[in-house]
Design a binder for this molecule. Structure first.
Ligand SMILES: [Zn+2]
Length: 437
């Protein structure tokens, strides 16, 4: 049975293909897809539909292009340690003990938090993809899930790389017909995956038309061994072994040369910029302005909740703007409109998804209703002020209603499908067990 919904809002904030910000007022949705967008006076008559009067502003749902959401189980652990000790002494020993059930519970709890904060999609890299999908579905979050391909000491339980790759493809095929879950191929990084499996991961992703999600140039010296062996930087190495023939999502991209940036532009590699995580771990400030000037699609992402603890899109946008402006020494290095585009339309481009990130005919009805009555959002003297205020002063508490695929999954600021208080207690007891070891 077909269902039709009409959303009417005083303010709609969305960007078109030319980069213009529009406020069309009326949005019609049929079976989870946007079918009509425009001014109220032009809206077609509909015989049967449910009308949603949206108080405040209607925005496209935010798209998080790099996350490890079940790490809510490790949130706050290893505070203040340098990144190598944080990883080897705190993260990996706990992750080595994770059960499939831990991942399911952590993902459900984290997915509910992503949704109530305004993220409607996340590109995930984490273990136990079926548990990830179940957690995401339980809360109603849209996900692109790539189980990390990893061949490392202590991670033998993941099995040989051929088997890991086969399982990733089988997962993607199993969920092919479900509109809100997609599979990806996710070799952890060039420094953690050797040449043959990395090459094969690239080939499989290109053949199957799957996103290839990987970490690139997060830490200053992570590519040194590759450069010493192959005589090129990591991006050119990935190019030389065919990995960039796939649709590639590169997380972080902090330590890139001008030639690396040119390489990403040549291959339309998308970058997930994670300023909160990069700041917490003192990784560095990514060359976002340079990447964008070269035509590389760049999005703003959270990374996992052990690296950006709040999973807060508004904080992440502000960190991105401040980092870009301080790095360039220019107040116009990244505008509020640029930052909002980097969690909406640009983020969809980074994932290779032209069906997300904008309120536009043909795209998925992933929508947010945001309260605009908070004192921080006053005054609005011209329409552009509202966008500026939402980015500079917005908080997750202003996100009141959220729809994914046309289904309301957050109402009155609370996750509809799951009991967050029960999950919080469950996450706490599991986190205690993991901490004790
Ligand atoms: Zn990461």
């Amino acid at each position: 049975m077909t269902t039709t919904d009409r959303y009417q809002a005083a303010h709609v904030i969305t960007q078109d293909a030319q980069g213009r910000w529009l406020s069309p007022g009326v949005v019609d949705v049929v079976d989870g897809r946007i079918t009509w967008v425009g001014a109220p006076e032009d809206a077609p008559a509909l015989e049967e539909c449910q009308v949603h009067e949206v108080r405040g502003a209607l925005l496209p749902g935010f798209v998080d292009t790099h996350a490890h959401t079940p790490m809510v189980l490790l949130r706050g652990a290893g505070e203040g340690l340098p990144v190598d000790r944080w990883l080897t002494e705190v993260m990996w020993p706990r992750e080595a003990q994770l059960t499939e059930d831990d991942v399911r519970v952590g993902m459900t709890f984290g997915a509910a938090q992503l949704l109530t904060n305004g993220w409607t999609t996340s590109a995930e890299m984490y273990f136990h993809p079926d548990a990830m999908a179940e957690g995401a579905q339980a809360a109603g979050l849209r996900c692109v899930i790539g189980p990390p391909l990893l061949v490392a000491e202590g991670m033998e339980a993941l099995g040989p790389w051929e088997e890991q790759l086969e399982k990733a493809v089988a997962f993607a095929q199993r969920y092919h017909d479900l509109p809100t879950i997609d599979g990806a191929i996710a070799p952890h990084s060039a420094y953690a995956v050797s040449e043959v499996p990395l090459r094969e991961a690239g080939r499989v992703a290109a053949d199957q038309g799957l996103l290839l999600h990987t970490h690139v140039a997060e830490m200053q010296h992570e590519g040194d061994a590759i450069t010493a062996e192959h005589g090129v930087t990591v991006p050119r190495y990935l190019e030389s072994i065919g990995v960039l023939d796939a649709q590639v999502l590169a997380a972080h991209g902090v330590w890139l040369t001008d030639d690396d940036i040119a390489c990403f532009a040549e291959h339309r590699v998308g970058v997930a910029h994670c300023p909160g995580s990069n700041g917490k771990h003192a990784s560095g400030t990514a060359p976002v302005t340079e990447l964008k000037a070269a035509g590389v699609p760049v999005a703003i992402a959270t990374d996992g909740p052990a690296s950006h603890d709040r999973l807060d899109p508004f904080e992440e946008m502000r960190l991105a703007m401040r980092a870009a402006r301080l790095r360039a020494g220019k107040a116009d290095a990244m505008s509020a409109a640029d930052a909002l585009a980097m969690v909406t339309r640009d983020a969809a481009t980074v994932l290779g998804r032209d069906d997300l990130g904008a309120i536009e005919v043909g795209r998925r009805a992933d929508l947010l209703a945001i309260d605009i009555t908070a004192p921080d959002l006053v005054p609005v003297t011209e329409p552009a002020d509202l966008l500026t205020h939402l980015v500079w002063s917005g908080t997750p508490s202003l996100v009141r209603r959220v729809w994914v695929e046309g289904r309301e999954v957050v109402s009155d600021g609370q996750a509809v499908e799951v009991d967050a208080a029960v999950l919080a207690a469950d996450v706490t007891s599991r986190a205690r067990r993991l901490a004790v070891g």
